[in-house]
Each structure stands twice: as structure tokens, then as C-alpha cells.
Design a protein around this ligand. Structure first.
Ligand code: GLP
Length: 241
């Protein structure tokens, strides 16, 4: 694994956006895996500027997101569909038909999981997957205890994740209890992985990811086995390493 130390959130975001641009230009990224949450917002802001200055093009790229809440429609302000439109897609030149997220509003969510997993395979797999990390070591919405062999599936959110994500909702009660997420096996099959972390809240999870025993009790530890993993984290997130 390659660990890149950043000074702070801004520095992490700049380094990450440059790495994404370089990878797109150098190594033919056709399918880019995207993450949501607070962490990648700065990366997306910088990416928009770089794309609009002609440093990279997304016009032929397909994007696949990690996860989506169950029960929220695509235009719900708290859905990850809406998040992606607001923080990235509507600011750059990428056809809507090339941006993919699980449909959390599907009538049959189990069928939707199968569709999404099949879509990733039809696209030829993910070339570069962006990841954040939960305070409890979750990746996507794969909470502690998730099987390393899991595919795209319906999951229950951990109480600590509901609490952490409540800041985006008017009330903690409004946070959906379930989500569709790429499974850990789906994630680990990505050809390259770029994980970002910022802040003291993430320090224990990052320590576990870098130095801990590989265990399903901390999903992110599975990434130790990946042959092309880059972590860009700031001083605070790396303070226990
Ligand atoms: C959310 C998302 C994850 C994200 C994580 C951290 O629940 N499902 O993909 O990486 O939690 O979020 P944040 O970046 O806001 O700390």
C-alpha cells in the first residue's frame, strides 16, 4: 500500500484530485468508482476545476457509485443521486447515461442489487475506486461483520453510522436504516483503489486499516490485501500511525 501524508483537508483534496487526473490520463480509466460523504467533496471541487480547464475529460468515462440509501428517490435532497449531481455531475461534461448509482427506490431492491452488480461486470469492472472510511472502519456501507466475499447487497446501517450521517438530515429519525452497497468482494476487485481520510475521527479506523489484523470486524482491513491501494490522509487521520 502507498500512504501519502497530507497536511490537512485541502492538501488531501488537492493531492487526490491530481492523482485522479493523472490516472485518467495515464492509465485509461474507463470506469471510475465514486464515493459520497463529506470527505470527497473537496476532491470533487478540484476535479471540476481541472476538468473544465481541460486537464482531463470525463466524456467517455462511466462512473459507478458505491452505495445509495433505500427508500430515497433520486431527487430526494439526501439521496446519493442528488449528492452526486450537486457536487460533480452537473458541473462537468459527462452524459447522464454514463453515471450509475444503485436505485434505492427500486420496487424490488434484491433485483436491483443483482442488476447493479451485473452492470459493473458488463462495464468491464472498476478501474479506479474512490473510497472514504467510516469511523467504525466501514467501506461503502459494509459495516463491521460484513463478509469479505459479499457482492452488491441490501444492508442494515450500524447505529454509529446512522448517528454520524444524521448531520445531513433534519432529524436522526429521518436517516434511512437500510442501504444498497457494493459488497466488499465487488470493491476489492477494482483494479486500483484510492482511499481518503481526514480528521481525528478517522484516526482509529486508519490505524486499524494500516496496522491492524485483517478481520471482518473492521471491513477496511481487507484493503491490506489489495495490490494497488493508495491512501491519502491528513496529519490528523494519520496521527495514530
Ligand atoms: C458514509 C458512506 C461511505 C463514506 C463514509 C464516511 O456512510 N456510505 O461511503 O465513506 O460514510 O463519510 P464521511 O466522509 O462523511 O466521513
Amino acid at each position: 500500500m502507498n500512504v501519502i501524508r497530507a497536511r490537512d483537508y485541502e492538501d488531501m483534496s488537492e493531492k487526490a484530485s491530481q492523482l485522479v487526473v493523472d490516472k485518467i490520463n495515464e492509465s485509461n480509466v474507463n470506469v471510475l468508482g465514486l464515493a459520497t460523504g463529506g470527505t470527497p467533496v473537496g476532491l470533487y471541487k478540484r476535479l471540476i476545476k481541472k476538468i473544465n480547464k481541460g486537464k482531463a475529460s470525463f466524456s467517455n468515462i462511466h462512473t459507478v457509485n458505491l452505495d445509495e440509501y433505500i427508500g430515497l428517490s433520486a431527487d430526494d435532497p439526501n439521496s446519493y443521486h442528488r449528492y452526486m449531481d450537486d457536487v460533480l455531475f452537473k458541473h462537468i461534461n459527462i452524459p447522464k447515461s454514463q453515471t450509475h448509482l444503485p436505485n434505492g427506490d427500486a420496487e424490488d431492491v434484491q433485483l436491483e442489487c443483482l442488476r447493479y452488480e451485473a452492470l459493473i461486470h458488463e462495464l468491464g469492472g472498476v478501474d479506479l475506486q474512490l473510497l472514504g472510511i467510516g469511523n467504525n472502519g466501514h467501506i461503502g456501507f459494509n459495516e463491521p461483520g460484513s463478509s469479505f466475499s459479499g457482492r452488491t447487497q441490501v444492508v442494515e446501517l450500524a447505529p454509529s453510522t446512522i448517528e454520524a450521517n444524521a448531520r445531513y438530515f433534519s432529524d436522526e429519525e429521518m436517516v434511512p436504516r437500510q442501504a444498497i452497497t457494493m459488497g466488499i468482494q465487488t470493491i476489492i476487485e477494482s483494479k486500483g483503489i484510492l482511499l481518503l481520510a481526514s480528521g481525528l475521527d478517522k484516526a482509529e479506523a486508519i490505524q486499524e486499516l494500516i496496522e491492524g489484523e485483517v478481520s471482518e470486524s473492521c471491513p477496511a482491513t481487507v484493503l491490506q490485501k489489495h495490490s494497488d491501494l493508495t491512501i491519502i490522509a491528513d496529519e490528523q487521520a494519520l496521527s495514530l500511525v
